[in-house]
Design a protein around this ligand. Structure first.
Ligand code: ARG
Ligand code: ZN
Length: 469
């Protein structure tokens, strides 16, 4: 899904030119020209194979049946996409189980699997500007993706079910996908699991959530109606204690594995409290429901899955919940165009923790900043570049989480509280359900403050050294 926020046409000089965007991207020449293969990647410097060229996904419908006992998954994913070139063939990213068949516009298509690429050749070329559907059926045992630097992602088996956590590139483990954060889409999940188990996913349950049982399986349908990056798609299957409530007029649906009751009994209440506070500081909440899911995953992290974060055992503390929910604005609604800008997600989500402490009787953000600033010049703390940490450094605690938040605080010190808090709300409003770069943030901060901030951001983001104050 391609979206430009209507306010993106504001330019840094303060001119308010609203240029109507063409319905079809400029490089798409409808109907004319040769039919060519779509590219195998989108050129992300950290994940060059992730994402694919030549089309733009609008919607995914993921229908699957999972049997925890045998770990068997049977699935059909249907993708609605629009060609942006005349396509002779195109790729999807897919590392899931064995494919049974692929159809394009209801006709059998030929396909080949090469590494993470699923190359689909339809019977007829796909004209630029036209919408088409791809249906991929597959079955077998899905496998998590294990990466030395990034840990375990994708389809993760649990004792009584499975949970998906896919940042940055685990989505391909369970559905064929255009796996780049810039191609947001809406999602329908139709998940069938043995009766007695609970299914959760992003968004809201449809038709009160359950249908069946049929042959001992029950089907739950969930809908994410706002644009979502593929790494934020989530399902959770298993035994869960579910709590349904309302916060700020929308559903708050939380769930935890019964064995985590002691640790997570506060998840529901803290989620409601954090969402209410964050909506005041960051602007209107971008989705139509909230919540959280906690399970024993053994991955040692939480993830800001859209509308409903997932927490591993041991991640039940209030700052973590505030962090994952702050990502709903920073990372989920305001998404990344490129993974090297990951500090835009983690720096702002971590800074939300500092602000939450500051406004709830804890240390001031200035104090927290000063503590971290004590790290000596030349020490390992300053080793990576916050604005380009390298693929393996993208979740580096010091470079991305701590120095990312320090960068946000350095900006606050420079432009003052009034402009800073206006910036937080303007940034999330102008880029709602869109994607951004660091340059976009610098341009907005300069526009709102009237200051030249190039040197500040250069020192904090693009030098592997301790910045001067
Ligand atoms: N974005 C998550 C968080 O900080 C962390 C994800 C870590 N992912 C990973 N593959 N290790 O909330
Ligand atoms: Zn985070």
């Amino acid at each position: 899904m391609r979206r430009s926020s209507p306010l993106a046409a504001f330019v840094a000089t303060g001119l308010t030119l609203i240029v109507p965007l063409p319905a079809v991207p400029a490089h798409a020449s409808t109907g004319s020209g040769a039919y060519v293969p779509g590219s195998a990647g989108l050129g992300d410097p950290y994940f060059p194979q992730a994402g694919n060229g030549g089309y733009d996904v609008g919607h995914y419908t993921i229908r699957l049946r999972f049997t925890p006992k045998t770990r068997h998954l049977g699935a059909t994913t249907t993708i609605t996409a629009t060609a942006t070139e005349n396509l002779s063939r195109f790729d999807l990213d897919f590392s899931g189980p064995k494919i049974g068949k692929v159809e394009v516009n209801g006709e059998r298509a030929s396909y080949a699997r090469k590494g993470q690429e699923l190359v689909v050749t339809p019977r007829h070329g796909l004209p630029s500007g036209k919408t088409f559907t791809v249906e991929v059926s597959y079955a077998g045992r899905p496998k998590a993706i294990k990466d030395r630097a990034l840990g375990v992602t994708g389809w993760i088996d649990t004792k009584d079910g499975a949970v998906v956590l896919a940042e940055p590139d685990g989505a391909r483990s369970w559905f064929p996908v255009n796996d780049n954060p810039r191609d947001k889409a809406t999602y329908t999940f139709e998940i069938s699991a043995p009766e007695g188990l609970t299914v959760l996913a992003n968004g809201e349950p449809k038709n009160s959530g359950v249908a069946g049982p049929r042959g001992g399986y029950r089907t739950s349908t969930w809908e994410m109606r706002r644009p979502m990056a593929s790494y934020l798609a989530m399902v959770a299957i298993g035994k869960f204690k579910v709590t349904q409530g309302v916060v700020d007029g929308m559903p708050n649906i939380t769930a935890y594995d019964p064995s985590l009751a002691k640790e997570f009994k506060h998840l529901h209440g803290i989620t409601a409290k954090a969402i209410t506070w964050e909506s005041k500081i960051l602007g209107d909440y971008p989705f139509s429901s909230t919540g959280g899911v906690a399970d024993r995953l053994g991955v040692y992290y939480a993830l800001e899955t859209q509308g409903r974060p997932v927490y591993d055992a041991g991640m039940a503390d209030e700052p973590t919940i505030v962090h994952e929910l702050a990502h709903q604005w920073f990372g989920d609604s305001v998404g990344l165009r490129s993974w090297k800008d990951i500090w835009l997600n983690e720096g702002f989500a971590s800074y939300a923790e500092w602000l939450y402490q500051e406004q709830h009787g804890g240390p001031s953000a200035e104090n927290t900043f000063a503590e971290h600033y004590k790290h000596k010049a030349g020490s390992a703390f300053w080793k990576l570049k916050t604005g380009d940490p390298g693929r393996n450094g993208m979740f580096d605690w010091n470079a991305i989480y701590v120095r990312g938040a320090m960068t946000v605080h350095a900006l606050r010190r420079k432009i003052g509280d009034e402009t800073f808090f206006t910036l937080l709300r303007t940034w999330t409003k102008e880029n709602r359900h869109s994607t951004v770069t660091t340059q976009d943030l610098i341009a907005l901060a300069e526009r709102l403050s009237g200051q030249n901030l190039g040197d500040l951001f250069d020192a904090w983001l693009y030098k592997a050294a301790k910045p001067k104050l």
